[in-house]
Design a protein around this ligand. Structure first.
Ligand code: S3P
Length: 167
């Protein structure tokens, strides 16, 4: 029924950590869109934003998710803007990692914040969060409350996936 599981959610909500953990549990491949783009461009997301602009980065995201979803059986973590600017190919089970903005801010180290150009200014990041949150929830087949540490909610996602018999 579904070819892949695609994780969406705001920056720093834990998509990559959740994805790695799920992939281990389900014996599936894990791929992270930002990491694939950085490897292909041989450049960090920050430098792509700086040198080529956000619009260019958004094109790379669409191309990347289209290419990745040619394969099946993967857990794919997306960047926070991907579902806003790109369409996620059909046959993807979309799971929203749903954490509050303040929880996200508390969780991120300075190093993790520095990697994210759109998280540099707190008030504009908060506005972005408010702008996007409904879209994440609407697009998702399932939203998981991610306000606690991963081990407390990973089994909720795992049970949902097993129940749906996907992948
Ligand atoms: C972005 C999220 C980032 C990265 C880029 C833009 C966004 O990924 O793709 O900095 O627009 O929300 P993470 O969600 O993994 O931080």
């Amino acid at each position: 029924m579904y070819d892949n599981i695609v994780l969406i959610g705001f920056m720093g909500s834990g998509k990559t950590s959740v994805g790695k953990s799920l992939a281990r549990k389900l014996y599936k491949d894990f791929v992270d869109v930002d990491t694939v783009i950085e490897a292909e461009q041989n450049s960090s997301v920050t430098d792509i934003f700086k040198n080529k602009g956000e619009e260019y980065f958004r094109l790379l995201e669409q191309k990347c998710i289209n290419e990745l979803t040619q394969n099946k059986g993967q857990i794919i973590a997306t960047g926070g803007g991907l579902p806003i600017y790109s369409s996620i190919p059909e046959k993807s089970l979309i799971i929203n990692i749903d954490a509050d903005f303040d929880v996200i801010l508390d969780r991120l180290s300075k190093r993790e914040r520095d990697k994210r150009p759109l998280l540099q200014d707190e008030s504009s990041a908060r506005a972005l969060f408010d702008e996007r949150i409904d879209t994440y929830r609407e697009l998702a087949n399932f939203s998981v409350d991610a306000n606690q540490i991963i081990p407390t909610f990973i089994h909720v996602i795992y049970d949902y996936i097993l129940d749906k018999r996907v992948l």
